[in-house]
Ligand binder design. Structure first.
Ligand code: FES
Length: 117
């Protein structure tokens, strides 16, 4: 096993779990559509893959969906892996480590403005 700093500048995990109405889930709040839209914006802005938009298949807080976690590499992390090539990315390298709940599709522009500038 090898340990290293994250290869990404930032990771945004979007819960896309859909329990099809059997129990509350992020699928009730369009988790997959939120994931797709954030990833589309990241790619369109040339931020992918330095900023990785990833699906999570349940973050354990199903009744408060849609849930999103944002993790950033520490600015002082010296991994040598995935070193940002864009000055824009370097400017946004401050730690976030934020959990969002109750996210809706209408919140995507605000999230994109904050995390995908
Ligand atoms: S379904 Fe999203 S946190 Fe469990």
């Amino acid at each position: 096993m090898k340990s290293q700093n994250t290869p990404y500048q930032k990771q945004i995990f979007v819960c896309t779990n859909d329990k099809k109405g059997e129990k509350p889930s992020c699928g009730d709040h369009k988790g997959e559509a939120i994931f797709i839209e954030l990833r589309r914006i990241a790619k369109e802005r040339g931020l992918h893959p330095q900023i990785r938009i990833a699906q999570a298949k349940c973050l354990g807080q199903c009744s408060t969906g849609c849930n999103i976690m944002v993790y950033s590499r520490r600015p002082d992390a010296a991994s040598g892996v995935g070193t940002p090539t864009s000055s824009v990315l370097q400017e946004t390298s401050e730690p976030d480590n934020v959990w969002y709940s109750g996210v809706s599709l209408e919140d995507v522009p605000q999230l994109a403005q904050k995390y995908l500038p």
